[in-house]
Every structure is written in structure tokens, then in C-alpha cells.
Design a protein around this ligand. Structure first.
Ligand code: NAD
Length: 303
């Protein structure tokens, strides 16, 4: 039997936890004994307006179930206020789940600066601000867990979501570097690409599938990634409907031309199939591994 995962002395901030996936995460963390900061600005799915009741309702639900939580209504773009609120209420921050998000879907040729900027600001700048404010606390206490919410729209692309896809894959870029910088202070950083039935996906997924994609089916992975039991860092996980799996980069073995002899576009064209062949593909785990083939090619043609 696996040991119970508990957060009894831990404080967890979940952004955008007034509904959808964030609410499910908040309820799950509270059930596992965490003191939870339920952040939500309470605006529309397009990022308009504000309403304190979204976060307040979730806090009420947690308290009714015997858990401990406080509401916070700041925008994630004021991340330092959210972290300060956590400190004022509970005196520490152990986990940040960056979950808040909005959509401004438009095909690229109709994209306006305001749609691009707002999606960037909520997802990327917001996640940066909250995490940046919590980071020194995590370093000092030698413990931290950060989860970013990416999306398959970023990993694979999705028609009409250039702004959203940019932001979501950007968060995975942030994950990779923070995982490197956080490791020596026991700060582990991972990203999820969830699928869940929320107001964000309503109408986009066929109703009979939609009703099965309960948001709470995503939360066990988030709770595990945030726990002391988890030693995973730098990971990206697709998750939804009770299924979860890990994503990694795959790169073809590639083709090495002689840099001294010279080569041109025609040589690239002639080798195209081999450049793109995934036979004997590599899965570089870091920058050094990624550069190995390039260095080997230089060495092969040196002298
Ligand atoms: P949702 O709209 O129900 O939840 C998002 C929450 O974020 C809302 O409660 C909203 O009020 C809050 N929010 C928005 N802007 C905020 C801000 N500036 N400050 C604080 N809170 C703010 O949608 P959801 O589906 O639960 O989305 C949660 C996260 O999961 C988002 O980051 C979303 O992009 C991501 N995601 C969801 C799916 C899915 O299938 N539902 C797929 C991929 C990614």
C-alpha cells in the first residue's frame, strides 16, 4: 500500500481556483490536509470583469468539508500580493499551482495586439509574477513545488489559438529552466497539459465526452507532483479523463555535413528524408546532451 500523501504543515497557492480545474485542485489539496490560498479574480473566460464570489464559494466549500482555506481576489499579474496574502494568512508558501487562464481565440490574421497581450499577461506574466514572489521563500526553506499549466494547444498547435499556444508552450520553457535553477534548493518544477470539462472547453468537446472529463480527474497528478513523495522535475504531462502520460522531446539522429567542404540548400534537399528520419532517434534530456551530435560532427571533420 502506498503511503498517504499529506500536506499538513504546507501552504498551497492555487491561482484561478474559483472554478474549473483550479477549484478541483483546491478541493483535492484541502482534502490532503493543505492550507489553501484560493486565488481568483472572478472574470469571464475572456478575461473581462471581476467577481469575488468565485473564490469565496470555493473557500466556503473547503471549510464546509473541514478544510482550511482563504480567498484571494488579486489578478495573477499582481503575483506579489497573492504571495503576501498567503504569508499574512498562513506564514509560508510551499506550493504554487499556476492555473489561472483565459482565452482570446482568433485566427492569426485577425489577431489584435490586445488579444495577444492579454493572453500573454495572464498566462505567462501572471505565472511569472506569482512564482517569482514565492521563489525566495522556497529557496530559503529548502522546499518548493511549482506546477505550471500548459496545454496541448501549445505542444501541438491549435487552429485559432496562436496567442494561447505561444503562452502555454512558453510556460513549459519556463518549467525547464526553473527546474534546473531550483533543484539544489529542493524546488521541483513540472508542467501539465490538462483536458477537463470547464467553461473553457464547453461547446468545443462533444457533450457525451465532455461530461466524462471531470476536472477532478486531473487533480491527483497535480497533488502528487506537489508532494514530498514526488522527485520528478522538468516534466510535462498530458492528463485528463483518468488518463495521464509523460511527454518528451524526440530528435532525429540527423545528418552531419562537412562544415569545411561546404554544403548548400541542394545538399539539405538531397538529405531531407534522413534529416527527418526518427530511426535511432535521440531524446536529449538537457542542453549538453542536445549539443552532442553537433560537437561530434565538428570533431569528425576537424583537422
Ligand atoms: P476556467 O475558466 O474554469 O478557469 C480559469 C480560472 O482562472 C477562472 O476561474 C478565472 O476567473 C481565473 N482567472 C482568469 N484570469 C485571472 C487572473 N488574471 N487572475 C486570477 N485568476 C484569473 O478554465 P479551466 O479550464 O479550469 O482552466 C484552468 C487552466 O487550465 C487554464 O490555465 C487553462 O488555460 C488550462 N487548460 C485547460 C484545459 C481544459 O481542457 N479545460 C486545457 C488546456 C489547458
Amino acid at each position: 500500500m502506498t503511503e498517504a500523501i499529506r500536506f499538513d504543515d504546507k501552504v498551497v497557492i492555487i491561482t484561478g481556483a474559483g472554478g474549473g480545474l483550479g477549484r478541483a485542485h483546491a478541493l483535492a489539496f484541502a482534502r490532503h490536509g493543505a492550507r489553501v490560498v484560493v486565488n481568483d479574480l472572478g472574470g469571464s473566460a475572456q478575461g473581462e470583469g471581476a467577481n469575488a464570489s468565485a473564490a469565496d464559494r470555493v473557500v466556503e466549500e473547503i471549510r464546509q468539508a473541514g478544510g482550511t482555506a482563504v480567498a484571494n481576489h488579486d489578478s495573477v499579474t499582481d503575483g506579489e500580493k497573492i504571495v503576501q496574502h498567503a504569508l499574512d494568512a498562513f506564514g509560508r508558501v510551499d506550493v504554487v499551482v499556476n492555473n489561472a487562464g483565459i482565452l482570446r481565440d482568433k485566427t492569426f490574421h485577425k489577431m489584435e495586439d490586445a488579444d495577444w497581450d492579454l493572453v500573454y499577461r495572464v498566462h505567462v506574466e501572471g505565472a511569472y509574477k506569482v512564482t517569482r514572489a514565492a521563489w525566495p521563500l522556497m529557496r530559503e526553506q529548502g522546499y518548493g513545488r511549482v506546477i505550471f499549466t500548459a496545454s496541448t494547444s501549445g505542444i501541438y498547435g491549435n487552429f485559432g489559438q496562436s496567442n494561447y499556444g505561444m503562452a502555454k508552450l512558453g510556460l513549459y520553457g519556463l518549467t525547464r529552466t526553473l527546474a534546473l535553477e531550483g533543484r539544489k534548493n529542493n524546488i521541483l518544477v513540472n508542467a501539465i497539459a490538462p483536458t477537463g470539462a470547464t467553461r473553457m472547453t464547453e461547446g468545443l468537446i462533444p457533450p457525451q465526452v465532455f461530461e466524462q472529463l471531470k476536472p477532478e480527474l486531473v487533480s491527483p497528478l497535480v497533488v502528487y507532483l506537489a508532494s514530498e513523495a514526488c522527485q520528478e522535475t522538468s516534466g510535462l504531462f498530458e492528463v485528463g479523463g483518468g488518463w495521464m502520460g509523460k511527454v518528451r522531446w524526440e530528435r532525429s539522429l540527423g545528418v552531419g555535413f562537412d562544415p569545411k567542404a561546404g554544403f548548400d540548400a541542394e545538399d539539405v534537399a538531397a538529405s531531407w528524408q534522413q534529416i527527418c528520419s526518427f530511426e535511432n532517434a535521440a531524446h536529449p534530456a538537457d542542453n549538453i546532451e542536445a549539443l552532442k551530435e553537433m560537437m561530434a560532427n565538428l570533431q569528425k571533420h576537424a583537422g
